[in-house]
Design a protein. Structure first.
Length: 353
C-alpha cells in the first residue's frame, strides 16, 4: 500500500470512529449527532403514558441548555423515567413545582422524574448560570374509582395570623390526606366529614408569617399550596396567598390574639328550628361584631340578638329541599382581627306525627 492510499484510509477511519461521532435518539428528527457524548444521552426509561412526543426541548447549539425530555410528559402514578441533559454550563439541577405530584433529580447529565400521585407539576431544569428548560409533568392513576376531587375555594388571599380558614372538598375515594407545601407558615388540619350523604368533607388552615416575609428586606406576596390526596392517588389543590405586610419587629411573629371560640361547637337542627350560639372568646367587648357566613346559605341563616360580650347570635334552619333527608353547611364566624372558627350545621326533617 503506497503512502497516498494509507493517508486516505487513516482519515476515513478517524471520521467513522465512535469516539469522533456519536449518534442517538432524540430531537425533532429522532436523531442527534454531536462530538460530545453527554449531549446525546438518551432516556433510560421512556415508558410514559400516551403517544410518543418528539423532543422539542433538545437544542444542540453551543451554549444552549437542553434536555432529551419532551416539553410535556404524562406518567402513571408510582413510575419513573430518565432523560439526558446537555449544553449550558454544568452542574445541572432540577426542581418540581409540586413534590406531592412528582419529584425531579439530577445525577451528572441524567434527569430523573418520579411520579407520586395524580395531578400536574411544572419541572424546571437549571444550569449553573441560571439557564432553564421547562417541562410540564402530568401524573395519572390507573383503575381509579369514584368522582374527581374538587375543592372550594381553589385559591384565596388572606392576611397573616389568620386561623381556621375552611376549605370544603368532595368527590374522590377516602381515606383522604391533606398536605401543605409549607407546614411552618400554613399548617392544615386533618380532613373531617362534612356531609357523608354527598361525600363532602372539609379541612381548615392557619396562616402565619412566612419565613420568607421575616427575612426579606422588601417582602413579596407568598403563596403556599394545599393538596388533598385520596386513596386512588387523585389530588385537588388550593393556593393560599399572603399579601405583602411590614416585617414584624417584636419577638413574636404574630400578635397574641385569643382564638375565636364558638359554643356549642356543632349543631343538629330540625327544619325551621332556631338555636342560640355564643362567641365565648376572641371578641373585644364593645368592638365590631363578628361576620357569620355559611358554605351553603340555603341550609341555614343567622341574625344577632345581642351587642354585648359574650356575643350571642341565633341560627335558623331552612326547610329541606324536596326529597332531601338531611342538609349540611359549614358555618364560619370571623372576628375583626381575622380569627375564624368553623362548625358543622346539620338540618334534619321534622319528625313525623
Amino acid at each position: 500500500m503506497n503512502a497516498k492510499m494509507a493517508g486516505i484510509l487513516f482519515r476515513a477511519g478517524f471520521l467513522l470512529s465512535p469516539l469522533a461521532l456519536v449518534a442517538c435518539g432524540g430531537g425533532d428528527s429522532n436523531e442527534c449527532f454531536s462530538p460530545d457524548p453527554a449531549r446525546c444521552t438518551v432516556a433510560a426509561n421512556t415508558s410514559t403514558t400516551g403517544s410518543a412526543n418528539n423532543n422539542t426541548n433538545t437544542n444542540t447549539n453551543a451554549g444552549t441548555l437542553f434536555t432529551t425530555a419532551p416539553t410535556a410528559i404524562t406518567l402513571n402514578a408510582g413510575s419513573g423515567v430518565s432523560y439526558g441533559i446537555g449544553g449550558g454550563t454544568p452542574p445541572y439541577t432540577a426542581n418540581s413545582g409540586n413534590t406531592n405530584v412528582g419529584k425531579a433529580s439530577v445525577s451528572g447529565t441524567t434527569l430523573s422524574l418520579n411520579s407520586i400521585a395524580a395531578g400536574t407539576s411544572p419541572i424546571v431544569v437549571v444550569d449553573s448560570v441560571g439557564k432553564t428548560v421547562n417541562i410540564a409533568l402530568t401524573v395519572v392513576a390507573q383503575g381509579q374509582e369514584g368522582k374527581t376531587l374538587s375543592v372550594a375555594p381553589g385559591a384565596i388571599t388572606v392576611g397573616n395570623c389568620t386561623t381556621n380558614v375552611p376549605f370544603i372538598f368532595s368527590g374522590g375515594t377516602g381515606p383522604y390526606t391533606v398536605f401543605s407545601s409549607d407546614n411552618f407558615s400554613v399548617p392544615v388540619s386533618s380532613p373531617l366529614a362534612l356531609d357523608p350523604a354527598v361525600n363532602s368533607s372539609y379541612f381548615t388552615a392557619t396562616v402565619k408569617y412566612s419565613r420568607e416575609a421575616l427575612i426579606q428586606l422588601a417582602p413579596n406576596p407568598v403563596s403556599s399550596t394545599l393538596t388533598i390526596l385520596d386513596s386512588q392517588s387523585r389530588t385537588a389543590t388550593v393556593i393560599v396567598t399572603t399579601p405583602t405586610l411590614p416585617i414584624p419587629t417584636g419577638p413574636e411573629a404574630c400578635p397574641s390574639n385569643p382564638l375565636l371560640r364558638i359554643f356549642p361547637e356543632s349543631g343538629n337542627f330540625r327544619e325551621s328550628e332556631i338555636r342560640s350560639f355564643e362567641v365565648v372568646e376572641g371578641l373585644t367587648p364593645g368592638g365590631p361584631l363578628a361576620v357569620i357566613s355559611f358554605s351553603d346559605p340555603s341550609v341555614a341563616k343567622s341574625f344577632p340578638v345581642s351587642l354585648v360580650s359574650p356575643f350571642t347570635f341565633k341560627v335558623q334552619a331552612e326547610p329541606l329541599r324536596p326529597g332531601a333527608v338531611s342538609a349540611t353547611t359549614l358555618m364560619t364566624v370571623e372576628g375583626a382581627n381575622g380569627q375564624r372558627s368553623s362548625i358543622v350545621i346539620t338540618v334534619l326533617p321534622q319528625p313525623k306525627p
